[in-house]
Design a protein around this ligand. Structure first.
Ligand SMILES: *Cc1c(COP(=O)(O)O)cnc(C)c1O
Length: 354
């Protein structure tokens, strides 16, 4: 592969009001992009002005959905430095997604170096205001100029970045969650355990339905028996039942979240009993009814920890922990955010400085 080429833009955009910027709509001045060809491998890696793609209407991604992505953030520390949180995990997962979707793998070390360079170039875009961050979106898609269903021989890989305001303005506000019992997000053997665009396209309908009923997100059940809890919205989910934290084990249709992995690591380190296991909807209802469901929360890059205050199960709305954030949820949030923001010691070596 040829060397990374950097072309800085002369048209720097005005920065938005970072406290109120709407997530995902404003992009930084630069982006990274490179192309793949089965004969040449990856080529022309470059950082250049943020721009539109020009693709053939027959491009494979537009017809067969061969697209994968990642999501991570750059955080401004109180002394002005910039931290990335476990970014190599994202590129490792991206290659797993690529393999599942028969897209080409990338060189993880090269991607990491490139990312650091890109964030450094746009470092003024990493907001300083409390709770804000710069969202980073690496993605890849098949770009064969043919609508025949054939092996992928051309692809595009890019990284774009977008500032995010404080995700939850009143700190951690408990969410209202509804169990989805008709649509499913994923099935074992499908693509649920990788980050591909199609998983999201197929999930919208249930999310809209939940919103119409006054709920924030859906709790997904497994696609085969419609019995076991899998995820909440686009997050992994955890429950504290009778003093023990449980989370669905990775069965093949659940996305292995980096936040999930970090939470499990912290719980073990703090000697809080936790277990990856199968959790049925009935187990959950039983725990709510006999008052042993002490905490419930989603975990993911966007919100870090998102407490669940209401669960709608089989026609009944149950309040959890008096609609308050629980002690374990709060501790996990404080620990992870503290590490990300450089306010507590990075004892697990999760931070990469830019
Ligand atoms: C990205 C994602 C998560 C969370 O993963 P993190 O690495 O923690 O951000 C969970 N579930 C789904 C479906 C996802 O797409």
């Amino acid at each position: 592969m040829n060397e990374l080429k950097v072309t800085l833009t002369k048209n720097k955009k005005a920065k938005p009001d970072m406290k109120n910027v709407q997530f995902g709509k404003v992009f930084t001045d630069h982006m990274f992009v490179m192309e793949y060809d089965a004969e040449k491998g990856w080529y022309d890696p470059r950082i250049e002005e943020f721009h539109n793609f020009s693709i053939c209407p027959g491009s494979a991604v537009l017809h067969y959905g061969s697209e994968i992505f990642e999501g991570m953030k750059a955080y401004r520390t109180s002394n002005g430095e910039i931290n990335l949180f476990r970014p190599s995990e994202n590129f490792k997962r991206m290659n797993k997604s690529a393999t599942r979707m028969t897209l080409p793998n990338i060189d993880e070390d090269f991607a990491l170096e490139t990312l650091k360079k890109l964030v450094d170039i746009d470092r003024d875009w990493v907001p300083k205001e409390e709770g804000t961050s710069l969202y980073i979106r690496p993605f890849m898609f098949a770009n064969d100029e043919s609508i025949s269903v054939a092996p992928i021989s051309k692809a595009e890989f890019a990284i774009i970045m977008s500032p995010v305001a404080n995700y939850s303005k009143n700190g951690l506000s408990p969410q209202k969650i509804l169990i989805e019992d008709s649509d499913v997000r994923a099935v074992r053997g499908g693509t649920g355990e990788v980050k591909c665009g199609g998983n999201y396209g197929g999930a919208h309908r249930a999310e809209l339905k939940a919103e119409e009923k006054g709920y924030n997100q859906v709790l997904w059940l497994d696609g085969v028996e419609r019995k076991y809890i899998e995820e909440v919205g686009c997050m992994n989910v955890m429950f504290k039942i009778a003093g023990k934290v449980v989370t669905p084990e990775l069965t093949g249709s659940i996305l292995p979240g980096i936040t999930r992995k970090s939470v499990l690591h912290i719980l073990k380190d703090k000697n809080i009993h936790c277990e990856e296991t199968k959790i049925s909807k009935d187990d959950l209802i039983k725990a709510v009814k006999n008052n042993t469901l002490e905490e419930a929360f989603g975990c993911g890059t966007a919100a870090v920890i998102s407490p669940i205050g209401h669960l709608f199960l089989d026609g009944v709305d149950y309040e959890i922990n008096n609609n308050k954030i629980g002690d374990v949820s709060q501790m996990l949030y404080d620990t992870i955010v503290g590490i990300q923001r450089g306010n507590i010691e990075d004892k697990y070596k999760w931070i990469l400085k830019v």
